[in-house]
Design a protein around this ligand. Sequence first.
Ligand SMILES: [Zn+2]
Length: 180
Amino acid sequence: MNDQIPIETYQLGTTKCPVCGFNISVYLHVYRAPYGERVAFITSKCDNCGFKYSTVLTLTTDLRYNCLRLIVEKPEDLNTILYIGEDAEVHIPALNIKLSSEQLAIGSIVTVDAILFYIIEHVKNICTEGTTDTKNCDYVEELESILQKGEVKHRLEIIVKSENGVGIIRSYREKNYEVC
Ligand SMILES: [Zn+2]
C-alpha cells in the first residue's frame, strides 16, 4: 500500500475493554488498495491499560444496493456492520415504524445493534410523550432488555433503503440479509 492515509475513518461505537473494563472507542479505517479494492481495519485502544485490538477486513461486498432487508435471528446478526448512504429510510415492520437516518442520527457506518438501540431510544421518547401505541412501548422495552444481554429472542427484520447506497461491510452469518 503506497498511500498510508485512510480515505475514511469512522467511529463505530464504544465497547468495554476486555482487560480492565474501561470504555473504549472502536474505529473503522478504510484504505484504498491496488486494483480498486478497499481494505478496512477495525481498531481500538484502551487509554486506561493500553490494550490494543485490530482486525483487517476486505471490503469485497457491493456497497451500492438501494434496499437491504436485514434479518436478525441469531446473536451474531447484531454485529453485522453496515454502510448506509445519506437520506436513508429505516423501516421495522414489527413496530410499524419508518424513520429517516437523520431522525435517528446514525452515521454512515453502523452495526445492527446500534441501529436497534437508536430506534429503541426514539420509540421510548415518543412513549414518554404518550403519542404512540402502547403496544410498541412494551415491545421496545422487552427488546431493550434482551439486546442488553446480547441475545435475540424474536426474529426481527430491518429494511434499510437509500438512493445513495446501502451495503454490508461485515456479516457474521450467511443469509442474514436480502437485497430488496
Ligand atoms: Zn483496558
